[in-house]
Ligand binder design. Structure first.
Ligand code: PGA
Length: 258
C-alpha cells in the first residue's frame, strides 16, 4: 500500500467533558487551527450534545463534528433522547456507536444495530466501537469481537460498509482504569481479524475497504506506532483529545506519516 496517499481518521471523544460551553468552543477552535493544515488527516471531534450548538459555526471540512450517541426513532415520546435530524441540524457528520462506556450502562449489540441503521439512513458516518473486556490467552476475545460485529451488522447492506468505520477499543485499554494500551501488534492483528470477519459476512472486496481505527490510551508517544505498523486507519482518542495541545500534536504526527 502506498502510505503517502493514505489518509487517516483521528477522532477525539470528549465524553462528559469539558464542564463549560466556553471551554468547549475554545478547545475546538484550537484543534481546528491544527487540523486545517493537515494534508492526510481527517479530524473529528465528539463533544457532549449540548455543545454542538456552540461549535457548529466553527466546523470546517478537515475538522468535523460528531455526536457521541443517537436514538433510533425519528421523533416522539422518548424522554432524554436525541434524533439523527437533531444532530444533523448542527452539522454533525459522524456518530459514535457502541462505546464501551454505553455498553457498560446496558447498551446491547441489538440496540447498536438499530442505531447503525438509523445513522446510515440519515447519511451520517458511523464509528462502531467493538472491544473485549479481557484479553485471555486462549483467544476467546476473538469470539467476542466476532459476535459484536455479527449482531451490530445484521441487515446492513454491502454497499453501506464503505461508509462505516469500526473502532477497535479493548475495554482494558480505555480510560483511567486502563492496565496498558494495546501493542501495535495487537492493534494490527485485530484490524486484520475484523476485516476477516467482514469478509465472511460480505466478501473480500468489501473487507478491503472497511476502515478500522484503534482506541484506548492513545497519546502523543504511542500514536505513531499503531499506524506505522499498517492495517490501522486511524485513532480514537479519549483523554488526550481534551488537551488541544496534545491532540494537535497527535494530528500533526499522524499527518507526517510517510
Ligand atoms: P482513552 O479513551 O483514550 O482516554 O483511553 C478512549 C475512548 O474511550 O474512546
Amino acid at each position: 500500500m502506498n502510505r503517502t496517499k493514505k489518509s487517516f481518521l483521528v477522532a477525539g471523544n470528549w465524553k462528559m467533558n469539558p464542564s463549560s460551553h466556553k471551554e468547549a468552543k475554545k478547545i475546538f477552535k484550537e484543534i481546528k487551527s491544527v487540523a486545517q493544515k493537515s494534508r492526510t488527516v481527517q479530524t473529528v471531534v465528539f463533544p457532549p450534545f449540548v455543545y454542538l450548538n456552540e461549535i457548529t459555526n466553527d466546523v470546517i471540512k478537515k475538522c468535523s463534528l460528531g455526536a457521541q450517541d443517537i436514538f433510533w426513532e425519528e421523533e416522539g415520546s422518548y424522554t432524554g433522547q436525541i434524533s439523527a435530524s437533531m444532530i444533523k441540524s448542527y452539522k454533525a457528520q459522524y456518530v459514535l456507536l457502541g462505546h464501551s462506556e454505553l455498553r457498560a450502562l446496558g447498551e446491547t449489540d441489538a440496540v447498536i444495530n438499530k442505531k447503525l441503521k438509523t445513522v446510515l439512513k440519515h447519511e451520517l458516518k458511523p464509528i462502531v466501537c467493538v472491544g473485549e473486556q479481557i484479553r485471555d490467552t486462549e483467544g476467546w476475545y476473538l469470539h467476542t469481537i466476532k459476535t459484536q460485529i455479527e449482531v451490530c451488522f445484521v441487515g446492513i447492506a454491502k454497499k453501506s460498509i464503505k461508509d462505516i468505520v469500526i473502532a477497535y477499543e479493548p475495554v482494558w485499554a480505555i480510560g483511567k482504569g486502563a492496565t496498558r494500551e494495546a501493542t501495535k501488534e495487537e492493534a494490527g492483528e485485530m484490524a486484520i481479524y475484523i476485516k476477516r470477519v467482514i469478509s465472511t459476512l460480505y466478501d473480500t472486496a468489501t473487507a478491503s475497504i472497511v476502515r478500522v481505527i484503534y482506541g484506548g490510551s492513545v497519546n502523543t508517544k504511542n500514536c505513531m506506532s499503531f499506524l506505522e505498523a499498517g492495517h490501522v486507519d486511524g485513532l480514537l482518542v479519549g483523554r488526550e483529545s481534551l488537551s488541544s495541545k496534545k491532540f494537535g500534536e497527535i494530528i500533526g504526527l499522524v499527518d507526517g506519516i510517510k
